[in-house]
Design a binder for this molecule. Sequence first.
Ligand code: SF4
Length: 332
Amino acid sequence: MHTALDCMEKLCRRCVVLYSGGLDSLLAVHIMLSLNFEVYPLFVKTPFYNKDEKQLEKGLSGLPVKLHTAKDDKEYLKIVKHPMFGYGKNLNPCVDCKIFFFKQAKRFMDEIGACFVVTGEVLGQRPMSQRSYSVMRAIEKRAGLSNLVLRPLSAKCLPQTDMEKEGIVDKEKLFCITGRSRKEQLELAKRFGIEDFESPAGGCLLTDASISKRVKEMLEYGYADEHELELLTLGRHFRINSKRFVVSRRKDETYLMLKKFGTVLPLLKCYNAPGAIGVFTAKPDNRDIEIAAAVLKKYSKKAELFEYSYENQVKIVQPDDLKEDELELLKI
Ligand code: SF4
């Protein structure tokens, strides 16, 4: 097992910083660099929490670090389906999710021969995973990182970690920030010359009520592939005989969905008329296509005929009208 003592023997100065692009984790990077550590920022992606890598790198530009990423969607979806520690307000399993992040960080730490993990966590800042030190401790223990997680923003008012005990990190050079106010972080940002950083608003889709509903339904049915995950934030969603059918809502969404999925997913579009498009996340049969065309007709007032295309098959469909209550039954 990895201990700080092993690190001492190797005089290890290498650490992994869990980096999200937000101010707190950026401050953690700056603090560790100012203490002369070799810093490896790691962004852990999930199907519901993803960011543009270029943007993330922008926050780190000018610093002697290189961004790394990690993901394990299959494992993450299992967690969302059956979290050991329950959900937050929506489908966000924050405690389990943090354990997952820490496990990814541990894996990376072992891979690169780093000694410990650093986070931008602030004691008492968030309701679930950062509400108390005992929860933080339980999370790191479950990830196999007991006493090996340094939280430089709050460390001065937290019990000692192995790194502090062994003199690898000087506690006196760390901070005692607690609670939800951002005042001290903003002062620190000034001190480090940080001007650009993301607003604290999360970016996790699982905290959104309507997307959580779609995710829940998707996990109950089993999901087709990563396209289905990508579609969660787009369009109106329907379940047609066990297949998900997604209809675009506006012109820009029609364009986007056509560009992204038009050649890879079964597609329905208006024939010789303007209107919405729809995509299936799994191959439909003829009856599914007829129902889907009737759904699409509801959102494409000028169209009577619809063109279905997928792989080598192309066909024109003339659907019956769908009643409002029938449409409601298909909606997710
Ligand atoms: S808000 Fe989302 S990404 Fe953040 S800990 Fe909770 S589930 Fe994970």
